[in-house]
Design a protein around this ligand. Structure first.
Ligand code: HEM
Length: 418
């Protein structure tokens, strides 16, 4: 079985993806004069397709799906041509998988291992998105074997150490990342499994994280989901039709360097464990003061409805209604020089902590931004005195430069390697 067979079959899938792009994408252009990202509006059913190709990568403003499998890889080859070949094969396989089709050509030959592992057959596309990113270590590799050191984005800075961080390097960062999201867990899993197979010998899995129950909303039509603390999460997120906010806060644009990142975005992930046993013993009043919203409706304290304006100045009996150290105050744009992040996190549960016999569960926080130096990093610094810190621990961090989307004949990362 050659890699070529993957490419050829996937090439057939490309025409179909192009047609679907035209059918599902809303009209209009972004700051770069490009049509908006593929799959901006999709219905939620197993037949729903989010096209892979587009001005921006899918999986960023795409309405958040129900399931995540995030995978970080390290390069085990020092060959630039191997790396580019894998990126091309991944692109072709991605175009095929998002259509719900099997990859490869040899899937019915009893004398060969099938090209596609087969577990997603019959499950439909399920809004699968595959979003690719490059880590700082790819650019910093000794000897610059890939010839990209000079193209490293300044925005790809090492993540500073924040107060209370308990970061484990073995589940952090990586040379390459793929965020696989779908409305079906097997579909999200299958994509990473088969992409890892395609990359064997060139890339090796470094760490992965699965997630469920989207904790953010990126589409005003979506009902706000709740995180594992029981609070609605994503109320004040940037939504897909707020194109001004996306241009200002999410997409790297023509004012930004390097040019190969224009139309892309920077991804920051944090695995945040929740000390649920402590949280569950705190009173409803304490929980609400910690977040700054009421638990049932999700309204800001002092207001009635979920989407009521957050009034950070309101006082009652001389006290701030939304406490000084409430999460939504310290994370608010008004407290962060107007910074907004596009959040796209998922809940996780990874068995138990054998020392405490408690669930190892929490939020796999995902944020996209135009520049982490003005996005996640200062916001996280501002959260140093967040009341929520008593109940959470960050144990993994990762930053990736996610290049722009690809045209129907391009490959992911083409702007970096061409
Ligand atoms: C386990 C950890 C966390 C939990 C449980 C959590 C929970 C929440 C909740 C319930 C809200 C209110 C609803 C909403 O507007 O989405 C919220 C808002 C927000 N959170 Fe978090 N969050 C966590 C970590 C973080 C981190 C690490 C950041 C960024 C550094 C962050 C940034 C934000 C922002 C920007 C808002 C919106 C504030 C606004 O504009 O009103 N959160 N979070």
């Amino acid at each position: 079985v050659t890699r070529r067979s993957v490419s050829r079959r996937a090439f057939l899938g490309t025409a179909g993806a192009g047609a679907l792009t035209a059918a599902t994408v809303a009209l209009g252009t972004d700051a770069l004069g490009n049509p908006p990202s593929a799959g901006a509006t999709v219905p939620r059913d197993s037949a729903a397709v989010v096209p892979f190709d587009g001005a921006h990568q899918a999986g960023i403003v795409t309405p958040v799906q129900d399931r995540l499998l995030f995978a970080s890889f390290d390069l085990v080859s020092d060959s630039r041509s191997d790396l580019v070949r894998v990126l091309k094969d991944w692109t072709n396989a991605s175009r095929t998988m998002v259509l719900g089709r099997q990859i490869g050509r040899d899937n019915d030959d009893s004398d060969l291992p099938p090209d596609d592992t087969g577990e997603a057959v019959g499950l439909g596309p399920s809004s699968l998105t595959l979003t690719y990113g490059f880590g700082a270590s790819l650019f910093d590799r000794p000897g610059d074997p890939f010839g990209i050191a000079a193209r490293k984005p300044a925005a790809l800075v090492p993540m500073p150490r924040f107060a209370r961080d308990e970061i484990q390097p073995e589940i952090s960062d990586g040379d390459l990342a793929i965020q696989s999201c779908a409305d079906d867990p097997t579909v999200a899993f299958h994509a990473i499994r088969d992409l890892a197979r395609i990359g064997r010998g060139v890339v090796a899995l470094r760490w992965s994280q699965q997630g469920f129950g989207r904790t953010s909303l990126t589409d005003a039509q979506q009902v706000t989901a709740r995180n594992l603390m029981g609070f609605k999460d994503g109320t004040n997120n940037i939504v897909v039709d707020d194109t001004d906010a996306l241009d200002e806060h999410v997409w790297v644009d023509r004012r930004d360097d390097p040019a190969w990142m224009r139309g892309g975005s920077y991804l920051v992930t944090r695995r945040i464990r929740m000390m649920l046993e402590i949280w569950d013993r705190s009173t409803l009043g304490d929980q609400e003061q910690t977040i700054g919203r009421d638990k049932g409706e999700g309204a800001p304290l002092g207001a009635k409805l979920e989407h009521d304006t957050v009034d950070l100045k309101a006082t009652k009996d001389g006290e701030l209604v939304i406490p000084d150290n409430a999460h939504i105050r310290l994370a608010a744009p008004a407290e962060n020089r107007g910074v907004r992040l596009l959040r796209r996190g998922f809940s996780f549960t990874d068995g138990i902590d054998p020392v405490t016999n408690q669930l190892d569960s929490g939020l796999f926080f995902i944020a996209y931004q135009r520049d982490p130096r003005t996005g996640f990093i200062p916001v996280q610094r501002n959260l140093a005195r967040d009341a929520l810190n008593e109940y959470i621990r960050h144990d993994s961090t990762a930053t990736f430069a996610c290049p722009p989307g690809v045209g129907s004949s391009g490959y992911v990362g083409e702007t970096l390697f061409s």
